[in-house]
Design a protein around this ligand. Structure first.
Ligand code: GEK
Length: 241
Protein backbone atom coordinates (compact mmCIF):
# COMPACT_ATOMS: atom_id res chain seq x y z
CA UNK A 1 0.00 0.00 0.00
CA UNK A 2 1.33 3.43 -0.94
CA UNK A 3 1.51 6.02 1.86
CA UNK A 4 -0.88 8.88 1.08
CA UNK A 5 0.61 12.30 0.37
CA UNK A 6 -0.91 14.66 2.95
CA UNK A 7 2.21 16.83 3.36
CA UNK A 8 0.50 20.05 2.31
CA UNK A 9 -2.76 19.44 4.12
CA UNK A 10 -2.32 19.74 7.90
CA UNK A 11 -3.02 22.79 10.11
CA UNK A 12 0.59 22.65 11.38
CA UNK A 13 2.00 23.04 7.84
CA UNK A 14 4.89 25.56 7.69
CA UNK A 15 5.62 27.24 4.34
CA UNK A 16 9.12 26.49 3.03
CA UNK A 17 10.83 25.71 -0.27
CA UNK A 18 10.17 22.17 -1.50
CA UNK A 19 12.89 19.64 -0.59
CA UNK A 20 13.34 15.97 -1.44
CA UNK A 21 13.65 15.00 2.21
CA UNK A 22 12.54 11.98 4.24
CA UNK A 23 8.92 13.18 4.40
CA UNK A 24 8.69 13.52 0.61
CA UNK A 25 10.54 10.25 -0.01
CA UNK A 26 8.05 8.47 2.27
CA UNK A 27 5.02 9.46 0.15
CA UNK A 28 6.77 9.85 -3.21
CA UNK A 29 5.00 7.13 -5.25
CA UNK A 30 1.58 8.52 -4.27
CA UNK A 31 2.69 12.13 -4.80
CA UNK A 32 4.13 11.60 -8.27
CA UNK A 33 1.25 9.47 -9.56
CA UNK A 34 -1.30 12.03 -8.35
CA UNK A 35 0.67 15.05 -9.59
CA UNK A 36 2.05 14.02 -12.99
CA UNK A 37 -0.60 13.01 -15.51
CA UNK A 38 0.62 10.01 -17.48
CA UNK A 39 3.43 9.11 -15.05
CA UNK A 40 2.77 5.35 -15.25
CA UNK A 41 2.84 5.54 -19.06
CA UNK A 42 6.13 7.46 -19.00
CA UNK A 43 7.78 4.85 -16.80
CA UNK A 44 6.45 1.94 -18.83
CA UNK A 45 7.62 3.47 -22.13
CA UNK A 46 11.08 4.25 -20.74
CA UNK A 47 11.39 0.51 -20.17
CA UNK A 48 10.25 -0.18 -23.73
CA UNK A 49 12.78 2.34 -25.10
CA UNK A 50 15.55 0.69 -23.08
CA UNK A 51 14.77 -2.57 -24.87
CA UNK A 52 15.27 -0.75 -28.18
CA UNK A 53 18.49 1.10 -27.38
CA UNK A 54 20.50 -0.93 -24.86
CA UNK A 55 23.47 -2.85 -26.21
CA UNK A 56 26.15 -5.04 -24.66
CA UNK A 57 28.93 -3.22 -22.87
CA UNK A 58 26.95 0.01 -22.40
CA UNK A 59 25.44 1.81 -19.40
CA UNK A 60 21.91 3.16 -19.00
CA UNK A 61 21.64 6.17 -16.68
CA UNK A 62 18.64 7.30 -14.66
CA UNK A 63 19.61 10.80 -13.50
CA UNK A 64 17.47 12.14 -10.65
CA UNK A 65 16.09 8.67 -10.12
CA UNK A 66 14.11 9.32 -6.88
CA UNK A 67 13.01 5.81 -5.87
CA UNK A 68 14.33 4.35 -9.11
CA UNK A 69 11.10 3.70 -11.02
CA UNK A 70 12.64 4.39 -14.43
CA UNK A 71 15.81 2.44 -13.59
CA UNK A 72 13.63 -0.49 -12.54
CA UNK A 73 11.57 -0.32 -15.73
CA UNK A 74 14.79 -0.36 -17.76
CA UNK A 75 16.40 -3.17 -15.79
CA UNK A 76 13.32 -5.36 -16.08
CA UNK A 77 13.41 -5.09 -19.89
CA UNK A 78 17.06 -6.04 -20.19
CA UNK A 79 17.22 -9.63 -19.03
CA UNK A 80 20.25 -11.28 -20.57
CA UNK A 81 21.72 -8.05 -22.01
CA UNK A 82 25.32 -7.54 -20.82
CA UNK A 83 24.87 -3.92 -19.82
CA UNK A 84 24.37 -2.09 -16.52
CA UNK A 85 22.00 0.51 -15.12
CA UNK A 86 23.23 3.42 -12.99
CA UNK A 87 20.64 5.36 -10.98
CA UNK A 88 21.67 8.67 -9.41
CA UNK A 89 19.96 11.00 -6.99
CA UNK A 90 21.27 13.75 -4.74
CA UNK A 91 18.71 13.04 -2.00
CA UNK A 92 19.96 10.56 0.58
CA UNK A 93 16.39 9.89 1.71
CA UNK A 94 15.42 8.88 -1.84
CA UNK A 95 18.46 6.65 -2.36
CA UNK A 96 17.92 4.88 0.97
CA UNK A 97 14.33 4.04 0.08
CA UNK A 98 15.27 3.16 -3.50
CA UNK A 99 17.41 0.33 -2.11
CA UNK A 100 14.23 -1.41 -0.90
CA UNK A 101 12.37 -0.80 -4.17
CA UNK A 102 15.18 -2.25 -6.21
CA UNK A 103 15.90 -5.28 -4.05
CA UNK A 104 15.46 -8.80 -5.42
CA UNK A 105 16.40 -8.43 -9.09
CA UNK A 106 15.06 -11.08 -11.47
CA UNK A 107 17.57 -13.73 -12.60
CA UNK A 108 19.91 -12.55 -15.35
CA UNK A 109 18.88 -8.93 -14.87
CA UNK A 110 21.75 -6.51 -15.50
CA UNK A 111 23.38 -4.95 -12.42
CA UNK A 112 21.76 -1.80 -11.10
CA UNK A 113 24.01 0.60 -9.19
CA UNK A 114 22.51 3.27 -6.95
CA UNK A 115 24.53 6.41 -6.34
CA UNK A 116 23.83 9.31 -4.03
CA UNK A 117 25.42 12.16 -6.00
CA UNK A 118 24.76 15.40 -7.80
CA UNK A 119 24.05 14.42 -11.40
CA UNK A 120 26.23 17.34 -12.54
CA UNK A 121 29.22 15.51 -11.12
CA UNK A 122 28.52 12.07 -12.56
CA UNK A 123 30.67 10.98 -15.45
CA UNK A 124 28.59 9.72 -18.36
CA UNK A 125 30.43 7.03 -20.31
CA UNK A 126 29.45 4.52 -22.99
CA UNK A 127 25.81 5.45 -22.46
CA UNK A 128 23.18 3.74 -24.60
CA UNK A 129 20.43 5.58 -22.74
CA UNK A 130 20.23 8.59 -20.45
CA UNK A 131 16.96 9.35 -18.69
CA UNK A 132 16.18 12.73 -17.16
CA UNK A 133 12.60 12.03 -16.11
CA UNK A 134 11.31 15.25 -14.46
CA UNK A 135 14.77 16.13 -13.17
CA UNK A 136 16.37 18.82 -15.37
CA UNK A 137 13.64 21.24 -14.26
CA UNK A 138 15.20 21.29 -10.78
CA UNK A 139 18.57 22.58 -12.02
CA UNK A 140 19.26 26.28 -12.57
CA UNK A 141 18.41 27.01 -16.26
CA UNK A 142 21.92 28.31 -16.98
CA UNK A 143 23.40 24.91 -16.02
CA UNK A 144 21.08 22.76 -18.14
CA UNK A 145 22.94 23.02 -21.47
CA UNK A 146 26.21 21.78 -19.98
CA UNK A 147 24.44 18.76 -18.45
CA UNK A 148 22.96 17.83 -21.82
CA UNK A 149 26.30 18.36 -23.59
CA UNK A 150 28.01 15.98 -21.16
CA UNK A 151 25.27 13.39 -21.71
CA UNK A 152 25.68 13.74 -25.47
CA UNK A 153 29.46 13.41 -25.30
CA UNK A 154 29.19 10.23 -23.23
CA UNK A 155 26.74 8.54 -25.53
CA UNK A 156 27.38 5.67 -27.92
CA UNK A 157 26.14 5.58 -31.52
CA UNK A 158 22.55 4.32 -31.50
CA UNK A 159 21.90 5.60 -27.96
CA UNK A 160 19.13 7.93 -26.84
CA UNK A 161 18.28 10.51 -24.23
CA UNK A 162 14.82 10.86 -22.71
CA UNK A 163 13.97 14.26 -21.28
CA UNK A 164 10.64 14.66 -19.48
CA UNK A 165 9.65 18.08 -18.17
CA UNK A 166 6.79 20.15 -16.93
CA UNK A 167 6.73 22.95 -19.49
CA UNK A 168 5.86 26.63 -19.31
CA UNK A 169 2.92 27.62 -21.48
CA UNK A 170 1.82 30.89 -23.02
CA UNK A 171 -1.36 32.38 -24.46
CA UNK A 172 -4.10 29.94 -25.41
CA UNK A 173 -1.94 27.02 -24.35
CA UNK A 174 -2.55 28.22 -20.77
CA UNK A 175 -5.69 26.09 -20.89
CA UNK A 176 -3.41 23.06 -20.49
CA UNK A 177 -2.29 24.35 -17.09
CA UNK A 178 -5.94 24.61 -16.09
CA UNK A 179 -6.43 21.00 -17.22
CA UNK A 180 -3.47 19.95 -15.05
CA UNK A 181 -5.06 21.70 -12.07
CA UNK A 182 -8.30 19.89 -12.78
CA UNK A 183 -6.34 16.60 -12.87
CA UNK A 184 -4.88 17.29 -9.41
CA UNK A 185 -8.31 18.09 -7.96
CA UNK A 186 -9.64 14.88 -9.51
CA UNK A 187 -6.81 13.03 -7.74
CA UNK A 188 -8.15 14.28 -4.39
CA UNK A 189 -5.87 17.28 -3.78
CA UNK A 190 -7.69 20.26 -2.25
CA UNK A 191 -7.33 23.87 -3.44
CA UNK A 192 -5.26 24.57 -0.33
CA UNK A 193 -2.88 21.68 -0.96
CA UNK A 194 -2.44 22.70 -4.60
CA UNK A 195 -1.77 26.33 -3.64
CA UNK A 196 0.72 25.42 -0.89
CA UNK A 197 2.66 23.00 -3.11
CA UNK A 198 2.76 25.52 -5.94
CA UNK A 199 4.26 28.13 -3.59
CA UNK A 200 6.78 25.59 -2.24
CA UNK A 201 7.93 24.72 -5.77
CA UNK A 202 8.06 28.27 -7.10
CA UNK A 203 11.78 28.85 -6.62
CA UNK A 204 12.76 25.19 -6.93
CA UNK A 205 11.16 23.95 -10.15
CA UNK A 206 11.74 26.32 -13.07
CA UNK A 207 9.78 25.23 -16.15
CA UNK A 208 10.73 26.38 -19.64
CA UNK A 209 8.88 26.22 -22.95
CA UNK A 210 8.90 23.14 -25.15
CA UNK A 211 10.74 25.13 -27.84
CA UNK A 212 13.48 26.08 -25.38
CA UNK A 213 14.05 22.41 -24.51
CA UNK A 214 14.04 21.33 -28.16
CA UNK A 215 16.53 24.05 -29.16
CA UNK A 216 18.81 23.30 -26.20
CA UNK A 217 18.94 19.60 -27.05
CA UNK A 218 19.94 20.50 -30.61
CA UNK A 219 22.56 22.92 -29.32
CA UNK A 220 23.90 20.14 -27.09
CA UNK A 221 24.58 18.13 -30.25
CA UNK A 222 21.54 15.91 -30.66
CA UNK A 223 20.75 15.37 -34.33
CA UNK A 224 17.09 14.42 -33.97
CA UNK A 225 14.65 15.53 -31.26
CA UNK A 226 11.05 14.33 -31.17
CA UNK A 227 8.26 14.86 -28.69
CA UNK A 228 6.99 11.32 -28.10
CA UNK A 229 4.66 12.00 -25.15
CA UNK A 230 2.48 14.84 -24.03
CA UNK A 231 -0.21 15.16 -21.40
CA UNK A 232 -1.33 18.72 -20.64
CA UNK A 233 1.80 20.64 -19.55
CA UNK A 234 4.03 17.59 -19.27
CA UNK A 235 6.12 16.55 -22.26
CA UNK A 236 8.75 13.94 -22.93
CA UNK A 237 11.34 14.30 -25.68
CA UNK A 238 13.45 11.63 -27.29
CA UNK A 239 16.83 12.90 -28.46
CA UNK A 240 19.14 10.91 -30.72
CA UNK A 241 22.85 11.64 -31.23
C1 GEK B 1 11.01 9.19 -11.51
N1 GEK B 1 12.96 10.50 -12.18
O1 GEK B 1 10.28 8.70 -10.63
N2 GEK B 1 21.40 15.69 -8.87
C2 GEK B 1 20.77 14.51 -8.66
N3 GEK B 1 19.44 14.43 -8.40
C3 GEK B 1 18.73 15.57 -8.35
C4 GEK B 1 19.33 16.83 -8.55
C5 GEK B 1 20.72 16.86 -8.82
N4 GEK B 1 21.37 18.01 -9.03
N5 GEK B 1 18.38 17.80 -8.43
C6 GEK B 1 17.22 17.16 -8.16
N6 GEK B 1 17.44 15.82 -8.10
C7 GEK B 1 12.00 10.24 -11.10
C8 GEK B 1 11.31 11.49 -10.65
S1 GEK B 1 11.72 13.77 -9.14
C9 GEK B 1 10.55 14.70 -9.97
C10 GEK B 1 12.23 12.64 -10.41
C11 GEK B 1 9.51 15.36 -9.12
C12 GEK B 1 16.46 14.76 -7.84
C13 GEK B 1 15.59 14.97 -6.60
O2 GEK B 1 16.27 14.59 -5.42
C14 GEK B 1 14.38 14.13 -6.93
O3 GEK B 1 14.46 12.83 -6.39
C15 GEK B 1 14.35 14.09 -8.46
O4 GEK B 1 15.54 14.74 -8.91
C16 GEK B 1 13.16 14.78 -9.09
O5 GEK B 1 10.96 8.85 -12.71
O6 GEK B 1 9.45 15.11 -7.93
O7 GEK B 1 8.74 16.18 -9.71
Amino acid sequence: MRSRDTLFRGPDFTPADFRFDEAVAGVFPDMIHRSVPGYATLIHQIGVLAGRHATAGTTLYDLGCSLGAAALAMRNRLTGVACRVVAVDSSEAMIERARDYLAGPPPEAPPLLLRCADLREVEIREASMVVLNLTLQFLPPEERLEVLRRCRRGMVEGGCLVLTEKVALEGEEGLLEELHLHFKRAQGYSELEVARKRAALERVLVPESLQTHQRRLEEAGFRQVVCWFRCYNFVSLLALP
